[in-house]
Design a binder for this molecule. Structure first.
Ligand SMILES: [Zn+2]
Length: 701
């Protein structure tokens, strides 16, 4: 194939989605890998002193193309999956991963980055460039690049073993989940379950050629039983099965994760000590915003202390309700979801269906754009670009008439599209001045950022030849704002260096700041009035319904907060002051944490930790606290807008918006998140706004 005709190798403008075919993938990846490796080789052979222009610029240039082209392939694989494309993706992915691993362990490059960091030019670089160099040196070190040869070998062994055991950990959960099935023959036993749930269970049994109804440990199957089934025995059966999966108490012995947890913790501890740290929690925090494990533990314990009275009240109310209304004298773990759902229905009598009628897509999009345009003094306009599906829309953001960024909006669920919602970058902002001393596209030209915003909402339907707009649930509206917040972080950046522009280089525990921040506007009456119109009458959302939504927002938030804190503290202690080689078991660590913070203690057979994939098989080891940590920042940042609203009468304050843009969104990863936060808020973050937003303050009581 002629590379000149391969659309994946054309970087002159936006991706040509309409002409990209699966057969373009392998030649494009091979050619870009070859080019990138050639650049790496050149750099390795280069004897001249390391400077930005001789090391970082050419490396960025070579890897940015690979990243962009592979980004297009990954994106298409996620949103327009088809057998040939999936095969091309799976065939090429290992080659790409191998290259990145190779690069992260390249010692000659590591030496060059260290030379850059200690060299005479360092002080004259912009803060963004210094941050990129510092991040690179840090990541090389955490990757074991500085270890002596014999230790390096052990380090690699540890990585390999960890990968194998964490994979086994996930596989055990999957196998145990897939293995379990519960057949119920008599429909009378399923009283309370919604019809669609029963239909799905009936269809599942039918597929197995069995009479009655089939339930499994997949969330959409077992959770509705816990939530709706009037049959207490049935709830207990399925609760027990789910709470003991992949443990010593259920299923095949080879699926028991007890020993895998210990092995993973031992390997992480050894890795940390090889790198010169006292424990793995310290390693995990190096690239994060939180400074020390103690700081994280203090934060979590403080949050637990504040949430506790509210959690106790939530629980007392639930117990009383269960007793009086449901005849449940001794509330058990398998009654909690059931009683909670009944209490919620009774207390906030409104349905999701009713709310949806006020949120037709065009009005919601108009409201979102209006919010963003007002806050950040930008204009969002329809734009044109090749797309991967006819439903995809494309827009441009302008500031003072100049283009600053563009985004694709792919809103509807369809076959071949991965579930969930996310923001991804199609390309990042960077100034293209010179590459290898060569002038590019004119001095000072800027590559503007482009984002993919992907959701899975209901598509519009056609009734009697007339198209009806999609109606969004309020949850979906929240999701849209959340992803748009990530998108703004990517698109409104003013940083010229791609390594730290937009969300690049932002700390893991701070990345959710702009996204959670923007969600808050979905709970503002002023904003909602302008983004709602009943699909039939055109009337804006009534105040009475909005008040019910607000009241339901914080239902049981005390209990929920304590649950998150319990998981986060358990995670932190396991990686900080727990010795996996000592006598204590993982279960004992969890029991101690529960004794300290939980009000709702699960039964002794509960083995939740055996399927805690976030920390044993995901990227959240000593990082589960990040959820709540970022929420403190986003809530506190948002409270500046609430203050503006009190003094100026409108939460959509362009003045405050401008400061948020200047100090947080525009800065991206070019400086530590805490500095950006303090520059915006004028002080250290405070937990007060999060407590208030969650209804956990005396005033809200
Ligand atoms: Zn997010």
């Amino acid at each position: 194939m002629n590379n000149a005709l391969n659309p994946l190798l054309d970087f002159s403008d936006l991706p040509q989605f309409e002409s990209i075919k699966p057969e373009h993938v392998a030649p494009a990846v091979d050619s870009l890998l070859e080019q990138a490796r050639a650049v790496v080789k050149q750099l390795e052979a280069d004897q001249q002193a390391a400077t930005w222009n001789t090391v970082v610029a050419p490396l960025e240039e070579a890897t940015e193309k690979l990243g962009r082209a592979w980004g297009v392939v990954s994106h298409m694989n996620a949103v327009v999956d088809a057998p040939e494309l999936r095969a091309a993706y799976n065939d090429n992915q290992p080659k790409v991963t191998e290259f990145w691993t190779e690069l992260s362990q390249n010692l000659i490059l590591f030496e060059k980055y260290k030379a850059l960091q200690t060299g005479p030019e360092y002080a004259s670089y912009t803060p963004a460039r210094r941050k990129i160099i510092d991040n690179a040196v840090r990541d090389f070190r955490l990757g074991g690049a500085e270890l002596a040869d014999d230790k390096k070998e052990r380090f690699a062994e540890i990585q390999e073993k960890q990968a194998a055991i964490t994979t086994k950990f996930s596989e055990n959960i999957l196998d145990a989940t897939n293995d379990y099935q519960l057949f119920v023959e008599d429909e009378a036993e399923l009283a309370g379950l919604p019809d669609d749930i029963k239909q799905a269970a009936r269809a599942a049994a039918e597929q197995d050629g069995k009479p009655g109804f089939k339930f499994t440990l997949h969330f959409p199957s077992y959770f509705p039983v816990l939530q709706y089934a009037d049959n207490r025995q049935l709830r207990e059966t399925i609760y027990r099965a789910n709470a003991t999966k992949a443990s010593d108490l259920a299923g095949k012995a080879e699926w028991d994760n007890t020993q895998n947890m210990v092995e993973i913790l031992k390997l992480r501890d050894e890795e940390a000590k090889l790198l010169g740290y006292k424990n793995f929690a310290e390693v995990s925090l190096v690239p994060k915003m939180a400074q020390t494990p103690d700081q994280v533990i203090d934060f979590l314990q403080d949050l637990a202390k504040r949430a506790r009275p509210f959690a106790e009240k939530d629980l007392a109310e639930l117990r009383a309700f269960a007793k009086q209304e449901l005849g449940i004298e001794d509330l058990q773990a398998w009654d909690v979801a059931y009683a909670s759902e009944k209490l919620r229905e009774q207390r906030y009598a409104f349905s999701e269906q009713e709310v949806k009628q006020y949120f037709p897509e065009p009005k919601v999009i108009e409201g979102l754009f209006r919010t963003v345009e007002t806050l950040f003094s930008v204009a969002i306009k329809p734009d044109n670009a090749p797309v991967w599906h006819p439903d995809v829309k494309f827009f441009r953001i302008e500031k003072n008439g100049a283009l600053v960024g563009q985004f694709y909006l792919d809103l509807y669920a369809r076959n071949g599209k991965r579930g969930g919602a996310w923001m991804d970058d199609a390309r990042g902002r960077r100034r293209i001045e010179s590459v290898n001393g060569r002038e590019a596209a004119g001095p000072g030209s800027v590559q503007t950022p482009v984002a993919y915003l992907t959701c899975n909402f209901t598509a519009p339907i056609t009734v009697d030849g007339k198209q009806k707009p999609s109606l969004f649930t309020h949850d979906e509206v929240n999701t849209l704002f959340h992803e748009f917040g990530h998108g703004l972080h990517h698109m409104l950046t003013r940083v010229d260096e791609i390594g730290v522009s937009g969300i690049n280089g932002v700390e893991w525990d701070a990345v959710e700041l702009p996204s959670q921040f923007l969600e808050n506007f979905c709970w503002e009456w002023d904003v909602q009035q302008h983004m709602t119109a009943h699909v039939d009458t055109g009337r804006a959302l009534p105040r009475e319904l909005f008040d019910k939504m607000l009241a339901a927002k914080n239902f049981q938030s005390g209990l929920q907060t304590l649950r998150q804190v319990e998981f986060a503290l358990f995670d932190m202690h396991l990686h900080y002051d727990y010795d996996p080689a000592g006598g204590k078991s993982v279960q004992e660590v969890l029991n101690e944490v529960r004794k300290q913070v939980a009000v709702l203690i699960p039964p002794p057979f509960n083995r939740f930790q055996h399927s805690f994939s976030h920390i044993f098989a995901g990227g959240y080891a000593a990082g589960y606290y990040s959820y709540k940590w970022a929420e403190v920042l986003s809530a506190d940042a948002y409270s500046a807008f609430e203050e503006a609203s009190r003094s100026q009468g409108n939460v959509l304050s362009p003045e405050t918006g401008m400061r948020f843009l200047d100090e947080i969104l525009a800065m991206g990863g070019s400086r530590p998140a805490i500095e950006s936060f303090k520059a915006f808020r004028g002080r250290e973050p405070s937990i007060d706004a999060l407590l208030r937003h969650s209804g956990m303050t005396e005033a809200a009581h």
